[in-house]
Design a protein around this ligand. Structure first.
Ligand SMILES: Cc1cc2nc3c(=O)[nH]c(=O)nc-3n(C[C@H](O)[C@H](O)[C@H](O)COP(=O)(O)OP(=O)(O)OC[C@H]3O[C@@H](n4cnc5c(N)ncnc54)[C@H](O)[C@@H]3O)c2cc1C
Length: 379
């Protein structure tokens, strides 16, 4: 999004087939490779690249690195930053630099790789990456649950994780979101507020984890299992989940998606605060997200032509940002700062934290040519 003129660089054609190094458990991928194409290339070799943003059929490895993309499997497997071993980058002066290594470990100096991940194109251009891969899990099983309300479902999430279970995926969707997805995809998912959990590993591990989760949810939180699937049907469920954002965009002329993230034990409080904000400002907010990561995407269903409503939306967003900081969380779990979060960055980092980031930016890009006007409100 060029807000200060300049050039827009497309990496779309930097999309060669990835080089798969099975013995060393890494792949080399070009920046324009579509994430889903990387998934299928490694899975064909019995390997697994966990980061799976719901936009995986359209987004690219360069964009995933630019944003440190998360996804559904973040709970057990982490986000993009946990898989980037090394990078090839082009600096603002046009120098080609290799960072990191192809090895599992490397402490040869500053971790420039990690600095680049999540830097939103403001420090240099990533041209290719060495990415860690894992062996493909033998078995996977999905359970879906329904609850009476969002707080009960959030409490169940805290309890599941507190009991030592680590599902690969634990997603939440409120009633509005479930209904929107069903209308959009024609798939019947369930009813009420839903939790979707996936377990992976061996068949025996999946079965044991699924039955303990079921005991917790049904025994303590009044949740009910409404689906128990494996095989091909499993992919249908996840396809429907990945369609949430397109489905919500059909409900109102404007949707504004937030990305608040709190420590998982504070999820029920965050859910309650969102509900209060929706009531206080008389706004429609659909809630879904990566509950297992404490990462919710409250989505404002609004119309940018209704100026009075938009003012209330902005007030609601400000209050939401403060609420997640109060609860020990972050203003952005996986979507970055970009333009929308610029006013709130100081709130999270404080002046000293903001200044150190600004100094890094200036020292690496002293002419300010890399994605100008993003992250820093005074850039
Ligand atoms: C329907 C939908 C679902 C989504 N679901 C998720 C989700 O589950 N999890 C999640 O984390 N995100 C999600 N996203 C957000 C988004 O798709 C991700 O952030 C994704 O990683 C962006 O990749 P992209 O290729 O589209 O990058 P772009 O949007 O094109 O770029 C993103 C940023 O990275 C920079 N960049 C891109 N390429 C490079 C490069 N080669 N070198 C340096 N900087 C670069 C850009 O300048 C920009 O700042 C979703 C988005 C949509 C529309």
């Amino acid at each position: 999004v060029p807000v200060k003129a300049g050039i827009v660089l497309s990496t779309e054609r930097m999309n060669s087939a990835p080089g798969v190094h099975k013995e060393d458990l890494y792949v080399e991928a070009q920046a324009g490779l579509v994430t889903e194409h990387l998934h299928s290339a490694v899975e064909a070799r019995g390997l697994f690249y966990p980061p799976d943003p719901a936009s995986q059929s359209a987004c690219t490895i360069g964009g995933n690195i630019g944003e440190c993309a998360g996804g559904l499997r973040g709970l057990k497997y982490g986000t993009t930053r946990h898989y980037v071993l090394g990078l090839e980058i082009v600096t603002p002066e046009g120098r080609v630099v290799r960072t990191g290594a192809r090895t599992v470990k490397s402490v040869a100096g500053y971790d420039i790789t990690r600095l680049m991940v999540g830097s939103e194109g403001t420090l240099g251009v990533v041209t290719s990456a060495f990415l860690k891969v894992l062996p493909l899990p033998q078995a996977r099983r999905v359970l879906s649950f329904t609850f009476s309300d969002l707080e009960k479902a959030s409490e169940a999430v805290s309890e599941i994780l507190g009991s030592g279970l680590v599902p690969a995926i634990l997603e939440i969707m409120d009633e509005t979101t479930v209904a929107a997805v069903e209308t959009h995809t024609g798939e019947r998912l369930g009813e009420g507020v839903m939790l979707l959990a996936e377990f992976d590993g061996t068949g025996a591990i999946c079965d044991a984890d699924a039955s303990r989760t079921r005991e917790i949810v049904e025994g303590k939180f009044g949740g009910r299992v409404i689906g128990d699937v494996g095989g091909g049907r499993r992919e249908t469920v996840w396809k429907a989940r990945r369609a949430v954002l397109p489905a919500l965009t059909r409900l109102s002329p404007t949707v504004i998606l937030e990305d608040v993230t709190v420590p998982r034990s504070r999820l029920p409080e965050m859910a309650a605060r969102i509900e209060k904000i929706s009531e206080r400002y008389a706004l429609r907010i659909a809630v879904f997200g990566h509950a297992g990561d404490g990462n919710l995407h409250p989505t404002f269903l609004t119309d940018r032509n209704k100026h009075d409503e938009l003012k209330r939306v902005n007030a609601g967003i400000s209050e939401m940002m403060r609420a997640c900081i109060d609860l020990g969380g972050t203003i952005s779990g996986e979507h970055g700062v970009g333009l929308d979060k610029m006013p709130f960055l100081n709130l999270e980092l404080g002046k000293a934290g903001y200044d150190i980031m600004k100094r890094l930016k200036t020292s690496l890009d002293h002419k300010g040519i890399m994605n100008p006007g993003k992250i820093f409100y005074d850039a």
